[in-house]
Design a protein around this ligand. Structure first.
Ligand code: HPA
Length: 237
């Protein structure tokens, strides 16, 4: 059944959806990592596809930028399309010297400056955590294919362009491994709706030394992250 933002048919989606932020990334994944993929959404050009990875049915759909966008699409996927597992495959900023550009970070949970989860959680602090089995599968998959990952806490912000030096110090002190704009909301909405989520990011910006990934460098680390995400999808029953 179409929703205001997704015009797919009822059974078009797998119950596992990989979600990059960028619609063209979703297209690239469908074309380069999935077999027999079909485009199943074009509303607002928030492209979605379903195909197969090693015979496992997997969908890929962009979630856009920020919690409001990601949470809206994920809610519609869960409620109207029976999606049960979300794997975000994104980029993040880093605030520690031992985390470098191109590193892959798996989010166990995410703090946030967004009010989104509080709006839902009676104005209390919700501990936004990922699904343990999916996190464990991703860590195991990375080990099996010899890719190093960092695993720990994220900070999800509503403000990409923020030069708050005091906050950067606090994030560093509290051992935040990645700064993104979606994970806390994704973990919030999947918890609310009894679905499961995992967020994996490659480090694209270093917020302390101001390094940024070139587009060529983005490709190789992206491939490693995709490999982990797809192998994790295979473990889902
Ligand atoms: N901040 C927030 N989100 C991000 C960043 C960042 O520096 N890099 C990639 N996503």
């Amino acid at each position: 059944m179409p929703t205001p933002h997704i015009n797919s048919n009822k059974n078009d989606f797998s119950d596992i959806v990989l979600m990059p932020g960028d619609p063209l990334r979703a297209k690239y994944i469908a074309e380069n990592y999935l077999n027999n993929s079909n485009q199943i959404n074009n509303v607002r050009l928030m492209l979605a596809y379903t195909g197969f990875y090693k015979n496992k049915k997997v969908s890929v759909m962009s979630h856009g930028i920020g919690i409001p966008s990601a949470a809206l699409y994920i809610r519609e996927l869960i409620v109207e399309y029976n999606v049960k597992h979300i794997i975000r495959i994104g980029t993040c900023g880093a605030v520690r010297n031992d985390i470098k550009l191109r590193d892959i970070v798996i989010s166990m949970g995410a703090c946030t400056d967004s009010k989104f989860n509080r709006i839902k959680f009676n104005n209390h602090d919700f501990a936004a955590i990922g699904n343990f089995n999916m996190i464990r599968s991703a860590v195991d998959a990375a080990k099996n294919i010899n890719i190093e990952v960092h695993v720990g806490n994220f900070f999800t912000t509503d403000s990409f362009y923020n030069n708050d030096q005091k906050m950067l110090k606090i994030l560093n002190q509290y051992n935040i491994l990645g700064v993104d704009m979606e994970t806390a909301g994704i973990y919030g909405v999947t918890s609310e709706l009894n679905a499961e989520a995992l967020s994996i990011c490659t480090v694209s910006d270093h917020l302390i030394n101001k390094d940024k990934l070139s587009s060529k460098d983005r490709e190789s680390s992206f491939h490693d992250m995709m490999h982990i995400a797809l192998e994790t999808a295979l473990t889902i029953k």
